[in-house]
Design a protein around this ligand. Structure first.
Ligand code: FA5
Ligand code: MG
Length: 453
C-alpha cells in the first residue's frame, strides 16, 4: 500500500473555470463557492440583462471601427497580467490575499479589466478598444460594492508614425474638434497635470498630455450625458410630469501605476457622489512593453454596474444577480430596442434588520501590520465582509465599522460593526436575521479567533 501511494501520488486538487482547469494551491486558494459560481454567469453577455444593455449603450458611444470590442476574455489571469505588467510594486496592498481571489500563487481572478491592457495594446490593430468583463475583489459590503462586478476598459491611441508631421498633440486636438460638444457644466478644478500630485511623464510634452487629457475627458463626459439623457427619457415615459435634478459630474485627481496624469470621474446620484471610473494618460512603459513605442494615448476603466444603476435607477448592486422574474422581466426586449428603456420599479420594499457585533482581536493581530504583502496573521476587514457574505449571501445590504479602539493597558484592539440584513426579494423575519447574526458571530470566533464582547 505504501509503495502504491508513492507510485501514484494523488493528483493535485484543481478547479474548473469557464472551460479552463487550474491547479489549486491550498496555501493560496481563497475563492468561496458563491464567487466561483458567479464566474459562469457572464451578465454582460446576457441579452436583456441591465448589465448587458448598459454595455451595449456605452459601446455605441465608442463606435467601430475606431474602437474594437473584446467581450470574451476568461476571468482567470496571471499575477503578471493583473499586476506586474501594469507596474504595481511587489508590496502593493492590492496583491494581498485579503484583497484578491487567488487560485495559486501566480493565478488569480482578475481584479480589473486593466489585466488585459498589455496584451491588447500590442495586438489591437484599431486606434482604440473596449474590453468588457466580470471582475473580482474582496471588498466592502454596501449598495454600490459587490465582490463580483463588471468593468469596461477603454483606450484610444495615436501613433507618431501615422499622424501628420508626427505631431500627436495636433492630431489629438483635431480629433477632439470632431467630437460632439455638450452643455453640461462639469466640475474640474484640476490643472491638466501637477508636478507632485499628478505628474506629466518625462517623455510627453505638456501639449501632448493636455490634448490627450481633454480628449479623454470629453469622450467620457459625452458617454455619461448619453446615459443620463436615456435615463431621463425613461423617467418621462413613465411620468410626463417628471422633473429631474440636473446632471452633476466632477473630475478628481487620482493615482494609478499605469497612467499619469490620472483622474476619477464622479457623478452625483441619490444624494451622494458616486465614483464611476478611473482613467488617465497611458504610461509610456506600457506601450513600450507591448511593442508599440510610437503610440501615445489614454485609458479608462469604468464600473458597468454603477452606470447601470444610474441608467435604470437601480438602488442596490445586488439586484443584478437576481434570477427573480420580477426583476428580469422589466428589461425584456430592451437589448434590441434601447430606446424603450424603463425605470426599474422595486417589486416590494422590505424592512432592514440592523444588528451590531463587537469583539476583541487576538493580541497577535491587534498591532496593525504594514500594508501589503500577504500577512496571514493580521486582521483584515475584508475577512469580516466575506464571513458575512458566506453566511447571509445576498441578504446582507451593508456592513460598516462603528467603532474601533485599542485598550491602553493590554494593547488589545476592539472593533464594532453594524450589519444591515435585508432581502431584496422577500421579507426577512427577525428570526431569520437573528439566525444569520448568530452564525456570523460564531464564524468570527472560529475563523478569525476573535473574542466576542
Ligand atoms: C481600476 O480598476 C483601474 N483599473 C481603472 C483604470 C483603467 C484606471 C485604466 C486608469 C486606466 P478602480 O479600482 O477605481 O480602478 O475601479 C474602477 C471602477 O470600478 C470604479 O470607479 C467603480 O465604478 C468600479 N468598482 C470598483 N470596485 C467596485 C465594487 N466592489 N463593486 C462595484 N463596482 C466597483
Ligand atoms: Mg477608484
Amino acid at each position: 500500500a505504501l509503495s502504491q501511494a508513492f507510485s501514484s501520488p494523488a493528483r493535485p486538487p484543481s478547479v474548473s473555470i469557464r472551460g479552463g482547469t487550474y491547479e489549486k494551491d491550498p496555501a493560496w486558494f481563497n475563492v468561496p463557492r458563491t464567487v466561483l459560481d458567479a464566474t459562469s454567469r457572464r451578465l454582460h453577455l446576457q441579452p436583456d440583462h441591465p448589465i448587458c444593455i448598459t454595455r451595449q449603450i456605452i459601446e455605441a458611444n465608442f463606435p467601430a471601427p475606431t474602437y474594437r470590442y473584446y467581450n470574451h476574455h476568461s476571468p482567470v489571469v496571471t499575477t503578471h497580467q493583473n499586476f506586474d505588467s501594469l507596474g504595481f510594486p511587489p508590496n502593493h496592498p492590492g496583491r494581498a490575499l485579503s484583497d484578491t481571489y487567488y487560485i495559486n500563487h501566480e493565478t488569480l481572478l482578475r481584479t480589473h479589466t486593466s489585466a488585459h491592457q498589455a496584451d491588447t495594446f500590442g495586438a489591437n490593430s484599431s486606434d482604440g478598444y473596449l474590453i468588457s468583463a466580470d471582475v473580482y475583489r474582496r471588498d466592502a459590503i454596501d449598495r454600490s460594492h459587490y465582490p463580483v462586478f463588471h468593468q469596461m476598459e477603454g483606450a484610444r491611441s495615436w501613433d507618431r508614425r501615422k499622424v501628420p508631421n508626427g505631431d500627436i498633440a495636433a492630431a489629438v486636438r483635431a480629433d477632439l474638434e470632431r467630437l460632439p460638444r455638450h452643455n453640461i457644466q462639469v466640475e474640474d478644478p484640476n490643472p491638466p497635470f501637477h508636478e507632485e500630485r499628478n505628474p506629466l511623464q518625462e517623455c510627453h510634452t505638456a501639449a501632448e498630455a493636455e490634448a490627450i487629457g481633454r480628449h479623454l475627458k470629453r469622450s467620457l463626459e459625452l458617454m455619461v450625458v448619453d446615459i443620463f439623457s436615456r435615463a431621463r427619457a425613461a423617467a418621462v415615459r413613465d411620468d410626463p410630469n417628471f422633473v429631474d435634478e440636473p446632471l452633476r459630474m466632477r473630475w478628481v485627481e487620482a493615482y494609478f501605476p499605469f497612467t499619469s496624469p490620472s483622474w476619477e470621474l464622479e457623478v452625483y446620484y441619490a444624494g451622494d457622489w458616486l465614483e464611476v471610473l478611473g482613467s488617465g494618460v497611458v504610461r509610456q512603459s506600457i506601450y513600450d512593453n507591448a511593442g508599440v513605442p510610437s503610440q501615445q494615448g489614454w485609458a479608462f476603466g469604468l464600473g458597468i454596474d454603477r452606470i447601470a444603476m444610474l441608467l435604470f435607477q437601480i438602488p442596490d448592486i445586488r439586484l443584478f444577480w437576481s434570477q427573480d422574474e420580477r426583476f428580469l422581466s422589466q428589461f425584456a426586449g430592451v437589448s434590441d430596442r434601447p430606446d424603450t428603456i424603463k425605470r426599474f420599479v422595486p417589486f416590494s420594499k422590505h424592512p432592514p434588520c440592523p444588528k451590531d457585533v463587537s469583539f476583541w482581536l487576538p493580541l497577535s493581530s491587534s498591532s496593525s501590520s504594514a500594508a501589503g504583502g500577504n500577512d496571514r496573521g493580521a486582521f483584515h476587514e475584508n475577512d469580516v465582509m466575506e464571513i458575512v457574505r458566506d453566511v447571509a449571501g445576498n441578504d446582507v445590504e451593508d456592513v460598516r465599522l462603528l467603532d474601533e479602539f485599542t485598550h491602553p493597558a493590554t494593547g488589545r484592539k476592539s472593533m464594532a460593526y453594524r450589519i444591515v440584513y435585508r432581502s431584496l426579494e422577500h421579507t426577512l423575519t427577525n428570526e431569520k436575521a437573528n439566525g444569520f447574526h448568530q452564525a456570523v458571530r460564531h464564524a468570527l470566533v472560529q475563523k478569525l479567533g476573535v473574542e466576542l464582547r
